[in-house]
Design a protein around this ligand. Structure first.
Ligand SMILES: Nc1ncnc2c1ncn2[C@@H]1O[C@H](COP(=O)(O)OP(=O)(O)OP(=O)(O)O)[C@@H](O)[C@H]1O
Length: 258
């Protein structure tokens, strides 16, 4: 452990070095997120976003660096303790068994009696737009519907930290905005939220702060207008673009560098 715990942070990661397949997938990256805040983690494919989330939860071994959940070193917490402090929606939407949507969503609340967990799951399914789908097997759904069930499972955790790895991937435009709205609602109830995204406009609209990764390092960090400056778009994403304010909210207009 390096520095002292930051007061009030739900999740602090500092200086992580993680080797994957012989090269440094993370080379000193970190993040801090506080209750009530939505932090977006962005970066090109392979820049280390998923590795940062997994290593920061103690699911991958780090060669150096530190991670704390609610001020407690992740390495000192059991997996059930970590699960109570952090709801985690992984990038892969793998589900083995064709269980009903309600049962899958209720897995987010294993601490509660079954009837209560199912009531919370039903409410979460309603929030993600799946009222009426409670009894449908998740393997008998479209990919986007299944993704919403897994988002409902995340919401059902009611954890103080919610981590969603590309929750908007494969969703229709309305569902993408809905996803960010729901995560913002969770932040409004006091949760800290960390979300990885590839849609820069969605990130600019839905996140309070953005962390941009490039090559396993933090390339930029700050409010969307700063973190998505033309210089960052160029250096981190290889794009010629800018953030434009419109009546509907900010939009990132960009094209590939010639
Ligand atoms: N199991 C693995 N074995 C070897 N290399 C890996 C493994 N998992 C990830 N990597 C490498 O680590 C780096 C970071 O991967 P990571 O999944 O964190 O990127 P990402 O930013 O989440 O990407 P994406 O946007 O494509 O999801 C990449 O270079 C990737 O090829």
């Amino acid at each position: 452990m390096n520095g002292a715990a930051l007061k009030g942070a739900a999740w602090e990661i500092e200086g992580l070095v993680v080797r994957q397949g012989g090269h440094r997938a993370l080379d000193g990256a970190g993040l801090v997120v506080r209750p009530g805040e939505v932090l977006g983690v962005l970066g090109p494919n392979g820049s280390g976003k998923t590795t940062l989330l997994r290593a920061g939860l103690g699911l991958l071994r780090a060669e150096a660096g530190a991670a704390r959940l609610s001020g407690r070193p992740v390495a000192a917490l059991s997996e059930p303790e970590r699960a109570r402090l952090a709801g985690y929606l992984p990038q892969e939407r793998r589900v083995g068994w064709n269980l009903a949507a309600l049962e899958i969503a209720a897995l987010g609340a294993p601490d509660l009696p079954v009837a209560r967990a199912r009531a919370i799951a039903a409410e979460a399914l309603g929030r993600v737009g799946l009222a009426g789908f409670e009894r449908r097997g998740v393997l008998d759904m479209s990919g986007g519907e299944r993704a919403r069930v897994l988002l409902a499972r995340l919401l059902a955790t009611r954890a103080p930290l919610l981590i969603a790895d590309e929750p908007a991937a494969g969703l229709d435009p309305d569902a993408q905005f809905l996803t960010l709205d729901l995560l913002r609602q969770e932040a409004a109830r006091g949760a800290a939220v960390v979300v990885t995204l590839h849609d820069l406009t969605l990130a600019a609209r839905g996140c309070d702060r953005l962390l941009i990764l490039k090559g396993g390092r933090v390339a930029a960090e700050g409010p969307p207008a700063e973190a998505l400056s033309p210089a960052v778009l160029r250096q981190a994403f290889g794009l010629d673009g800018e953030l434009i304010q419109t009546p509907a909210g900010p939009v990132v207009a960009a094209r590939r560098l010639a």
